[in-house]
Design a binder for this molecule. Structure first.
Ligand SMILES: [Zn+2]
Ligand SMILES: [Zn+2]
Length: 293
């Protein structure tokens, strides 16, 4: 795991090479640090899967749980929500006003944070919509603040669940073996093996090197990629069969500690380039970090 010191260093290194990301990093690097710190306060019992159910899931190549089954530490999540709203007030002018309203709404108890957290886990669009209306905050921002606050709990759960996968051959599928969500990023490790990162729980898993991770198409006429000369550590894979794209970081070409979320928020120009060409990334919706700080 990356240390807080390494996270700070990586953020500084990126700032130097891509100064345009300075304002975004001023906010997000603090959010990431707060999330890492928050993990130390989390206490959660492991999610237990019934042995018979586990066999069925494994036989049918199903993920271990549904995302609604993740647990969150309510005290730690509430604390982090308050911290992140505070950081937005100070470092994210674009989110500042709504962050203030959310903080006030919590203080006056005009809504229960548990409701927001559960709605995100349960993917309850109508509850999120209603909450957004009630608080007069766009749903997307509400989801951002809520998700960012429970992300450390989700990661903790996900790490505990990884024990169920240990010693088993990986499925090497395009969905997360823990929670079934799609990847928002890929990376090549030091041996050139390709891994995917879950957009929701942060789990990383090994897949085959070639082919589209979303539709498994492996026809070279349909599989393309682009990269920018001045940042050779990134590549964007495009699929003309399902029209998805995924960003790929080559860890053999970076000289900083790898923290996927940091790479994610400092490569938004690549998302723009891919979208301009008509591609989407199905994995990026659950964990939307493209909000302008
Ligand atoms: Zn997952
Ligand atoms: Zn595809």
């Amino acid at each position: 795991m990356i240390t807080q010191e390494q996270l700070k260093q990586s953020s500084e290194l990126i700032k130097k090479t891509r100064p345009a990301y300075q304002p975004i990093l001023d906010f997000y690097s603090r959010v990431f640090l707060a999330q890492e710190q928050n993990r130390q306060d989390i206490f959660l019992p492991p999610v237990v899967i019934d042995p018979d159910l586990l066999k069925i899931k494994q036989k049918n190549e199903m993920p271990l749980i549904d995302q609604s089954e993740f647990l969150f530490d309510i005290k730690a999540s509430k604390q982090l929500f308050d911290t992140i709203c505070g950081l937005a007030q100070d470092f994210a002018p674009g989110l500042s006003h709504n962050a203030q309203s959310l903080k006030n709404a919590c203080k006056t108890q005009s809504f229960r944070l548990e409701t927001l957290f559960s709605a995100i886990l349960g993917n309850q669009g109508s509850t999120l919509h209603d909450l957004g209306k009630l608080l007069n905050v766009p749903e997307r921002e509400l989801t951002f603040f809520g998700y960012a606050s429970i992300a450390p709990s989700i990661r903790t759960c996900s790490e505990q669940l990884e024990n169920y996968l240990a010693g088993k051959p990986g499925l090497k599928k395009g969905y997360c073996p823990i929670c079934g969500n799609l990847p928002d990023m890929a990376f090549l490790d030091k041996d050139g093996k390709r891994h995917l990162k879950c957009c929701f729980c942060g789990h990383e898993w090994l897949v085959n090197r070639m082919g589209c991770v979303f539709c498994e198409n492996n026809d070279k006429d349909y599989q393309h990629y682009f990269f920018n000369d001045e940042e050779k550590e990134y590549r964007v894979n495009l699929c003309d069969n399902c029209h998805n794209y995924i960003k790929l970081v080559d860890l053999r070409k970076i000289d900083r500690a790898f923290y996927p979320k940091l790479e994610q928020v400092t490569t938004l120009h690549l998302d723009m380039q891919a979208k301009e060409q008509g591609y989407t990334n199905s994995g990026s919706s659950a964990n939307d970090m493209s909000l302008q700080a």
